[in-house]
Design a protein around this ligand. Structure first.
Ligand code: AMP
Length: 305
């Protein structure tokens, strides 16, 4: 099974509270997603960059086994840029600058050989681009989307249309509250379900994630991490392990989603150990399995209940 993704491909500048920073590094939601998911299943990318996108960044991304036939380098356009600064808690962050550039333009054409994709991930990007990709796949089996505060604020109507067409939605707790007006995470998740999807996953950073599905509920802690260098891309990496696992297993049941969330947690736990995709480039499927097994021991509360 192949997994198709659209989302941002960006040039990031990241500052962390210990004074470290990474200037103009490879980033973007679809980059983290495609890189992580490539350890599970074939991944196809549809996204655009501008003519200013540095060749070494493309080479860095090409280390991952991802089909880039749908990645357009658009003449006369500029690449998406994001500059973020993390708070002391390494969970919250401020966006200091965001330049949408090519993200505000039309989605590139979907290559013909991508058309049999059944699993679709709409990583964080303009909801118009998310809808444009989705509508080209009438035979899809599972479509899951992510979003961010910027789009909740600027494109609420398009987001509501998107929510009525997808199976699953992933967002963080503050975004869930912003979207629904509910302060309680479970009430917020239920309010999202009322907008259309079959399931919603609310990510709570170092406190894990909650699944609210029409067929059940799941809770999962985060992997206990003491080496958090840069949390950028953690959300996209979580989605990558989750969708990669579901696509490889070709299973969309609630039990499979719960297992898939454990894989997502572990891919995210690697991403945050270095800037950009540097740590993701060092791992392989065996490394992921090793930490998933360790994580399973953390989750084991014995047979007495
Ligand atoms: P995450 O930490 O998982 O939320 O993802 C961080 C990535 O999202 C960074 O590499 C940014 O380039 C990218 N990003 C930041 N803001 C946006 C936005 N409004 N739309 C799409 N991607 C974004």
């Amino acid at each position: 099974m192949s997994l198709i993704v659209t989302g941002s491909v960006g040039i990031d500048t990241v500052e962390t509270p210990d004074g470290q920073r990474a200037d103009e590094v490879l980033g973007g939601s679809s980059i983290y997603f495609a890189a992580g998911a490539s350890y599970f299943t074939p991944v196809r990318l549809v996204a655009a960059v501008g003519d200013d996108f540095p060749a070494p960044m493309l080479d860095q991304f090409k280390q991952f086994d991802v089909c880039t036939d749908g990645l357009e380098q658009r003449e006369g356009s500029k690449t998406f840029r994001w500059h973020g600064r993390y708070h002391e808690n390494m969970n919250d962050r401020d966006t200091l600058d965001v330049q949408l550039n090519v993200l505000g333009e039309a989605l590139p054409p979907v290559p013909d050989h991508y058309k049999d994709s059944k699993y679709i991930f709409l990583a964080n990007t303009h909801p118009a681009g998310q809808l444009a990709l989705l509508e080209q796949f009438p035979d899809r089996k599972l479509v899951v989307a992510d979003t961010m505060d910027l789009w909740i604020e600027t494109e609420p109507d398009l987001l509501k249309t998107l929510l009525s067409k997808i199976d699953g939605f992933v967002l963080n707790d503050s975004e869930a509250k912003q979207l629904t007006g509910e302060q309680n995470v479970i009430k917020a998740a239920d309010a999202v379900l009322a907008m259309g999807p079959t399931f919603v996953i609310v990510k709570k950073g170092e406190h894990g994630a909650i699944l609210r599905h029409k067929d059940g509920t799941g809770v999962l802690p985060a992997f206990p991490a003491d080496q958090v260098v840069d949390p950028t891309g953690a959300g996209d990496s979580f989605a990558s392990g989750m969708m990669g696992y579901l696509c490889a297993a070709d299973d969309t049941s609630v039990d499979a989603i719960k297992r898939a969330m454990a894989y997502g947690t572990i891919v995210a736990s690697y991403t945050i150990e270095k800037f950009s995709t540097d740590r993701l480039a060092e791992i392989d499927r065996a490394t992921i399995e090793e930490r998933v097994k360790e994580f399973a021991t953390h989750l084991d509360i014995g047979a007495g209940i």
